[in-house]
Design a protein around this ligand. Structure first.
Ligand code: IMP
Length: 186
């Protein structure tokens, strides 16, 4: 097992992404206003929606770095079939418990690989009436992309490698590793 991204590099990415996201979701008082920020009402807070299970570690670090009013929920997507966009059919198997109607939603993914899961989820949330849907992913493997999906906030672009750790698994193993490692199959 070799380390691809150390815990230090991951922490730096979280520290880089959080202010960017906070900035985008904090309404200013008015154009050019340097004054105090408007506090969002209960239902207007950003909904940070983690995709189970892989995103749980990233999500925990990200929301603490965001350190702003937000609500947290999780969703679980199961993908049946293999291979291509046309024969892979994602479906929601759990959550979100929170209504997304009129909410600004930030989807948090561990990794965007083919993009099929994220593309499906973004579309699903828009159909459910979310005011806006953006995607934050720690990792992206663009060389594997099959579905058209925009990653609004990205930690790292990686090559076509199978990685584990920091929430990511291989057969439910290795999620506890603090670094992101490349799994050697030989
Ligand atoms: P996609 O629908 O192909 O983009 O797949 C997304 C999901 O596949 C991720 O949320 C992960 O659960 C899983 N996945 C893709 N690549 C990896 C990897 O390198 N390591 C662990 N899980 C992965």
């Amino acid at each position: 097992m070799t380390v691809l991204l150390s815990r230090q590099q991951i922490a730096e990415a979280v520290a880089r992404l959080a202010p960017e996201i906070r900035q985008d979701y904090t309404p200013a008082l008015g154009p050019g206003s340097g004054g105090p920020r408007v506090k969002a009402g209960a239902g207007e807070e950003l909904l940070v929606l983690g995709v189970l299970r892989g995103a749980f570690v990233f999500m925990a670090d990200l929301v603490r770095a965001l350190n702003m009013p937000l609500t947290v929920d999780f969703v679980r997507v199961s993908t049946y079939g293999g291979g291509t966009v046309t024969n892979r059919k994602p479906r929601i198997v759990q959550g979100p418990r929170t209504s997304v109607l009129g909410r600004r939603v930030l989807v948090v993914e561990d990794i965007v690989d083919t993009g099929i899961t994220s593309a499906f989820l973004v579309d699903y949330l828009k159909r459910k009436g979310a005011a806006s849907v953006k995607l934050c992913a720690l990792l992206s493997k663009p060389s594997r992309r099959e579905a058209d999906v925009e990653v609004n906030y990205l930690g790292f672009t990686i090559a076509d490698l199978f990685v584990v750790g920091y929430g990511l698994d291989y057969a439910q193993q290795y999620r506890y590793l603090p670094d992101i490692c490349v799994l050697e199959t030989k």
